[in-house]
Design a protein around this ligand. Structure first.
Ligand SMILES: Cc1cc2nc3c(=O)[nH]c(=O)nc-3n(C[C@H](O)[C@H](O)[C@H](O)COP(=O)(O)OP(=O)(O)OC[C@H]3O[C@@H](n4cnc5c(N)ncnc54)[C@H](O)[C@@H]3O)c2cc1C
Length: 420
């Protein structure tokens, strides 16, 4: 058992995205911890439009104790369409109200607020940009901020994110109601050649729609000289529409209804996949910072970040239980070993999948289509993207139950320690 007189474990969390906030929640529930959260911005951000919460997301929100604070619109059925003709190529699976873990599309702000409200008051310091870290060996790690201040901690949790790709906006629902045959109460995905569009409700009450989420994505866009990575940068309607002007006229009407200034761009940022999510036996990466990729996070990046955070808290708990201390360097080292052992194989599987997808997307971009519609239908018949979401196709992502994964891992570890 950890001793009551053990020094506190000093932890600095960097960032207040889903990764930083969920780390703050999960870690603050551990006893004997001196926790601070640092954010470079002056306040919590409200970027993006809608966000999917899939089975894996609900599971971790349950563990974090905020499941009931998050609600939105079911993404079943997600109707897959040909973006040029609007023809349905896959009707998706029907909405199942009895499925407590069904995927919902929620306003990003709803998730962000649910997380922020659960973080104990006074933990977050704003206008604190991390600019450096110094390994102090057994004394911990020095954290340096842009404002010239510094602090020494036993563990740094890097939740400072990275970038993703796409354009996003919310369109007031009342501006779209007049468009004939435009599905507003169901999620629809419109596929073009190396590009796609997504329309989805984000309200739990479909009879009282406030906003509709509209997102656009282009694969294989040529690099623009001088263009730097952007995250949440405002772009004009024309800039986004210029890539989709050949699509179904209903989509053109939706573009015309986007209030100028609503589009935000999230340009691609990619990095190599990591060999390890930990360093120096006292640094750990959670959320986007741990799995940089331009190919997106399968609409689950926030869930991954929250899964990381929850796993880290369990890893610390486990390390404390076997080391008999709350804050020694060996506790931190053991916790990070365990964290890496649980999360690295998961991210490796995702990285392998992304690599295979990259080739598929390249091929889609290069392809000369004789009959795009038949080709698209064939793709859906083969992959069953809509129908199998959460089961076969990418089931290891959407079906993940992090509570179960950790429980099984620790049981195996314990058995190994007991020599079984
Ligand atoms: C267009 C788009 C659509 C998406 N759709 C979905 C979806 O449907 N479902 C889903 O689950 N996920 C989705 N995601 C992914 C999701 O947004 C990310 O995975 C998630 O935001 C990652 O959280 P994070 O906390 O790791 O990083 P971030 O959200 O990037 O947060 C990082 C935080 O760290 C701060 N920070 C950065 N550097 C420093 C520094 N040096 N010092 C101090 N603070 C710093 C930043 O200001 C920021 O607050 C989408 C992303 C995009 C771009």
């Amino acid at each position: 058992m950890p001793s009551a007189i053990s020094p506190q474990l000093r932890v600095a969390v960097i960032g207040t995205g889903p990764g930083g906030l969920s780390s703050a929640i999960a870690l603050s529930e551990l006893p004997n911890i001196d926790l601070r959260v640092y954010e470079k911005a002056g306040e919590l951000k409200n970027l993006g439009a809608g966000i999917s919460v899939n089975h894996n997301g609900w599971k971790v929100l349950e563990l974090l104790g905020i499941r009931d604070r998050v609600n939105g619109a079911s993404t079943n059925p997600t109707v897959q369409r040909n973006a040029y003709t609007g023809e349905i190529v896959d009707p998706g699976v029907p909405h199942d109200p009895s499925d407590a873990y069904e995927a919902l599309r929620v306003k990003r702000l709803v998730l962000q607020e649910a997380l922020a409200e659960k973080v104990p008051e006074g933990l977050i310091e704003f206008n604190k940009k991390l600019v450096g870290l110094k390994d102090l060996g057994k004394d911990g790690v020095k954290v340096l901020f842009e404002d010239g201040t510094e602090t020494i901690v036993d563990l740094v949790v890097g939740a400072d994110g990275i970038r993703s790709v796409g354009w996003r906006c919310l369109v007031p629902a009342k501006r779209l109601k007049h468009i004939r045959d435009l599905p507003l109460t169901t999620t629809s995905w419109w596929y073009g050649k190396a590009k796609s569009l997504w329309l989805s409700p984000v309200d739990a009450d479909l009879s009282n729609l406030t906003d509709i989420e509209f997102t656009a994505r282009v694969f294989n866009e040529p690099p623009v000289p001088g263009r730097t990575v952007s995250w949440g940068v405002r772009v004009s309607n024309d800039e986004v529409f210029s890539r989709f002007s050949d699509c179904d006229p209903r989509l053109a009407q939706v573009f015309a209804q986007v209030p100028e200034g609503n589009w935000t761009e999230f340009a691609a940022y990619a990095g190599p996949s990591m060999d390890s999510l930990v360093a120096w036996d006292k640094l750990v990466l959670v959320g986007d910072s741990s799995h940089p990729s331009a190919a997106g996070g399968f609409g689950s990046g926030s869930a991954f970040a929250m899964e990381d955070s929850w796993t880290l808290a369990r890893a610390i708990e486990y390390a404390r239980s076997i080391k008999g201390s709350d804050a020694s360097p060996s506790v931190v080292a053991e916790a990070l070993r365990v964290f890496d052992a649980i999360r690295k194989p998961y991210y490796k599987a995702m990285s392998d999948f992304r690599k295979s997808q990259k080739e598929v997307l390249k091929e889609v971009g290069r392809k000369e289509y004789v009959d795009f519609d038949s080709d698209l239908r064939e793709r859906f018949a083969k992959d069953g993207l809509g129908a199998k979401r959460g089961k076969g196709f990418l089931g290891f992502v959407y079906g993940n139950d992090i509570g179960k994964v950790c429980k099984e891992f620790f049981e195996t570890e314990q058995a190994r320690r007991n020599g079984n």
